[in-house]
Design a protein around this ligand. Structure first.
Ligand code: G6P
Length: 617
């Protein structure tokens, strides 16, 4: 979704803003723009519908925008169609103020009406323009910019991260945040604001996370952060561990492929600090993050796993695993539904929020609802210092590194493994798992990254196989138990990046309706890696085959023959403990989707209409 970059420094701002916007492209956007304050106090703005390349060309074709202080934005349209006028930055009627904004101003219509009555003329259809026109209105009244900013904050409702320029103060930019991420970066050539740390990595790794209702005034050599009451705040600086190369393609055609290939390392980094090396029979899963909460499960009688998109599919796998391991009800919930569905919250419910970005608005709202109603919240998050991480009672970080492709891969696998590890760890503490099985899982965890590496050695097989299937216009994924959850993820991957219609079904449910859609040539991806139900899956494959379906199967080495004999194609993954099998099983599904999208010539890293981090409801 929308991205913000801002710079106040000792060098020209435009190249820095464009570079920052390029690094934010992955979030998904439909227009882009920049505004720069010239030293003598003139705001210059350029904004265009379309990819960043369009903005670059437009800038190259005109007199350069000069100045060392500026703001930039990539917009993902919510209010008003994607066009040049609705793109950010938005400028006040006099041209004195410019604003970039992420989020939604809920009461913008009411404010717009009152400004229209006062004679203000609006140029765009956006909620954001209301902010800049209202700011001008208050600024004219008080002649004090900061007072005007606070007046605006008192008036607007909704979520926002903003960067503001004023031609009367060409050496500074102002940043504001509420319910949308914004951070400040401290660099050698100046200081930055950004909605996402990846925009800053090329310049600095020293950052401060802004909190809700804070206002920052940023100049080339100063950053002042103020609270809602206008008092100066001492804020902590953090060092980001990610490096620039982690957010670059490094020779791969797409970020998605690079991130698929990074999974062995991401799994190793996530697992190994939390497992004591299993020597003989004394391995251990250790969560230092939970050291102070040895009684996490005390009084807990149910668990909710709450997330969106792929992270929700991780929750579905977790439901099967944690319920079995802990012997209490575990529910996987879509965050967008959670707070409207009357969950049984309170002290006896543990809520586990799963989120790569840590900024997904629906997940954040679910977290707040859970806390408001007295439940403990533990989150599994990839981005350090993100909002969900900061508001949770406990955080377990996945160490996947920056994930740039919109379609998640390495974040999904690391979330899955971490959630499963948590389940096993809690089962051990509650004495609900036998030592034999526990030791086996710890041993298997230890070698998991190597097994993923084995699956990834077969890229050519996927490339070749998939070439036969890329022309299908509908694909069904079937599986049972955790393979059903895996099918949900495989199907979503395919939809997201190849735009092929696809559905995922519990294999046993097909016969209750959907089997009517199976006809000669229909492509069915059958997932048969969940050992206890492999034979039943074999019957389901026979069922669809006998109606003419073409079957691509995924199974383990052990059941290769049983399943392979029934399929036109079989992807074989190494065998591991049943609980951990989905971590390997998802990899062929990622590759399948990737190569299909590649064959169809799709924009794999930036699929249409999608955003990496969804910060609207
Ligand atoms: C978006 C992304 C998905 C992601 C979902 C949840 O829809 O495109 O890939 O699974 O948001 O994001 P989160 O950052 O909370 O994991």
């Amino acid at each position: 979704m929308c991205g913000i970059i801002g710079f106040a420094g000792n060098t020209e701002a435009v190249p820095i803003l464009l570079d920052g916007l390029e690094r934010l492209e992955y979030r998904g956007y439909d227009s882009a723009g920049v505004a720069v304050a010239s030293p003598e106090g003139r705001l210059q703005v350029k904004k265009c519908k379309g990819r960043l390349g369009v903005l670059r060309e437009a800038l190259a074709a005109q007199k350069p925008l000069t100045g060392q202080v500026g703001i930039g934005h990539t917009r993902w349209a919510t209010h008003g169609e994607p066009n040049d006028v609705n793109a950010h930055p938005h400028v006040s009627q006099s041209g004195k103020l410019a604003v970039v904004h992420n989020g939604i101003i809920e009461n913008y219509l009411e404010i717009k009406q009152s400004l229209l009555h006062k004679g203000v003329v609006f140029a765009s259809d956006t909620d954001t323009e209301v902010i800049v026109q209202l700011l001008e209105y208050y600024y004219k009244k008080s002649s004090n910019l900061m007072d005007a900013v606070y007046e605006v904050l008192n008036r607007i409702k909704g979520a926002y991260a903003m960067g503001i320029l004023c031609s009367d103060f060409p050496e500074q930019l102002i940043a504001v945040r509420k319910d949308a991420p914004l951070l400040i970066g401290y660099g050698a050539d100046g200081n930055y604001i950004a909605s996402d740390v990846t925009a800053l990595l090329a310049h600095t790794r020293t950052v401060t996370y802004m909190e809700d209702d804070e206002v920052a005034v940023v100049t080339a050599d100063h950053v002042q952060i103020l609270g809602r009451d206008g008092c100066f705040l001492e804020k902590e600086k953090h060092q980001i561990q990610w490096d620039v190369s982690a957010a670059e393609k490094g020779g791969y055609a797409h970020f998605m492929l690079k991130e698929i290939m990074e999974q062995p390392e991401a799994i190793r980094k996530t697992v190994s600090p939390r497992t004591i090396q299993p020597r003989l029979a004394d391995g251990e899963i250790v969560f230092e993050e939970l050291e102070d909460e040895r009684d996490l499960m005390k009084g807990i009688s149910r668990i909710y796993l709450v997330a969106c998109g792929s992270a929700y599919h991780v929750g579905m796998i977790g439901k099967y695993a944690l319920e079995r391991l802990l012997g209490i009800p575990v529910e996987a919930c879509l965050a967008s539904e959670f707070r409207y569905s009357g969950p049984l919250l309170g002290e006896s419910a543990l809520v586990i929020v799963i989120s790569q970005s840590g900024e997904t608005l629906d997940s954040m709202a679910a977290l707040r609802e859970a806390k408001r109603r007295g439940s403990k919240v533990l989150s599994i998050v990839n981005v350090m210092g993100s909002s969900i991480a900061r508001e949770s009672d406990h955080v377990l970080y996945t160490w996947a590194g920056p994930e740039i492709a919109v379609a998640t891969t390495k974040a999904y696998t690391t979330q899955t493994v971490l959630l499963l590890m948590l389940g096993v760890y809690l089962a051990r503490r509650l004495d609900r798992i036998g030592n034999g099985e526990y030791q086996e899982i710890v041993r298997e965890l230890h070698g998991l990254h190597e097994r993923i590496g084995m699956v990834l050695k077969n890229l050519e097989l996927y490339q070749k196989t998939v070439a036969r299937y890329f022309n299908h216009d509908s694909v069904f994924y079937i599986g049972r138990n955790q393979d059903y959850a895996l099918g949900m993820e495989g199907s979503l991957k395919l939809k997201e990046i190849s735009y092929i219609h696809s559905e995922s079904y519990a294999a046993g449910e097909l016969k209750h309706g959907t089997i009517s859609l199976i006809e000669p040539g229909t492509l069915v991806v059958a997932l048969a890696a969940y050992e206890p139900l492999v034979e039943k899956m074999r019957s389901n494959i026979v069922e669809v085959r006998s109606r003419g379906a073409e079957v691509v199967a995924m199974t383990t080495e052990e059941t290769r023959d049983m399943i392979g004999s029934q399929a036109s194609e079989v992807f074989v993954i190494p065998k591991t403990h049943t609980l951990l099998q989905p971590v390997l099983g998802v990899v062929p599904l990622q590759l399948f989707a990737y190569y299909i999208a590649l064959n169809r010539g799709c924009d794999i890293d930036k699929p249409r209409n999608l955003a990496k981090s969804v910060t609207v409801e």
